[in-house]
Design a protein around this ligand. Structure first.
Ligand code: AKB
Length: 339
């Protein structure tokens, strides 16, 4: 008989690495890792199966569900904001069609099993779109429902998929004659800019932070592509993993919504530079704004209100700006490059 399993798409990405390590450490037995690239040997051994292929490959997805009873889906696969701007239609196909395809898998699996399949979906601060720096400065902590007017294909994709998930969980087949059992338990958190010590950034516009830190750890100069005064919310990877696992574990009855803001700390690019130089003396950081990427980051909030995540499912970051550098980033990145 098919064993229960957790499917992680985009498993080779920044969140995928940390998530698979934590799921394995928490005793999740059947971790199925799917990615376009071969799964990193550092995490492949923690998985029951690894699959190399596209979330758009229906035959591959059918093979996976024929072999395992999917109980949870962590759908991490996506083209991030900068990469998506160079291939917007392909980004739509991966980010939206791919998500729709997996929601349908969750629906069919949940129907077969007569029990909802948990669908964890990372959205992003990229779903926000503040029109100018004056409003950005005035909007000190943006709530979930404010300024949801993204300026990137990635942000549009993530915002629409938030709605798709809510539809599949709460409104699917609402005109059906018989009451449809709920078979998709969609849960979404909007990540700020994520900073990981042991994976490299992959095509995001918030990547100036991890790029700056990784360059300094290698003794390389870094030309930052945003202005010194640019400010957005950030989170280090251990908190990002804790947040998605906490949201996955909470009783559904505690949730007052399907989509939550989460954050840890907000910093300007200049303040990140200051911390980098404090921890990596001699680091060379210059500011050479790429005006087009700058405009994207300027449209993102300087901070978000995550009080609903804190009240509904006890979200609480472990790291603030100082401890993120001192206790996680600097020691972990130094170890990463010392190998
Ligand atoms: C990106 O920059 O595209 C991502 C994000 C903020 O979601 N890191």
């Amino acid at each position: 008989m098919r064993e229960p399993a957790a499917l992680i798409t985009g498993a080779n990405g920044e969140v995928g690495h940390g998530l698979i390590r934590s799921l394995s450490a928490n005793g999740t037995r059947n971790i199925l890792a799917l990615d376009l690239q071969p799964i990193d040997p550092r995490i492949a051994g923690l998985c029951r199966e690894t699959y190399e292929g596209s979330i758009l490959d229906k035959h591959l997805i059918e093979r996976i569900v024929s072999e395992y009873k999917i109980r949870e889906i962590y759908h991490l696969a996506a083209l991030l904001s900068t990469r998506a701007e160079f291939t917007p239609e392909s980004a739509h196909e991966v980010n939206v069609e791919g998500t729709l395809s997996l929601l349908k898998v969750a629906l069919s699996q949940g129907t077969w099993q007569a029990e909802p399949v948990k669908f964890l979906f990372p959205s992003s601060i990229a779903i926000f779109g503040l029109p100018d720096l004056g409003i950005k400065a005035a909007e000190t902590k943006v709530k979930e429902w404010r300024w949801t007017k993204p300026t990137t294909m990635y942000g549009c994709n993530k915002l629409y998929c938030e709605q798709l998930g809510r539809y599949y969980s709460d409104h699917y087949r609402q005109l059906s004659d018989e009451k449809e059992p709920v078979t998709v338990d969609f849960r979404c958190l909007r990540y700020p800019g994520l900073i990981s010590a042991d994976t490299l950034p992959q095509g995001g516009t918030s990547d100036f932070a991890p790029e700056m830190i990784h360059a300094a750890a290698q003794g390389k100069p870094y030309a930052c592509f945003v202005r010194e005064d640019t400010v957005i919310p950030f989170m280090v990877m251990p908190d990002a993993i804790d947040a998605i696992l906490k949201l996955a574990a909470v009783e559904e009855s505690q949730l007052t919504r399907r989509v939550y803001n989460v954050t840890s700390f907000s910093l300007t690019a200049g303040a990140i530079r200051d911390r980098v130089i404090r921890h990596f003396p001699g680091a060379v950081v210059t500011f050479e704004p790429d005006l087009k990427r700058q405009a994207i980051v300027d449209s993102w909030p300087g901070d978000v209100d995550d009080s609903l995540a804190r009240s509904d499912w006890d979200w609480e970051p472990k790291y603030d700006a100082d401890s993120a550098f001192a206790d996680y980033l600097v020691p972990a990145i130094s170890r990463y490059y010392a190998k």
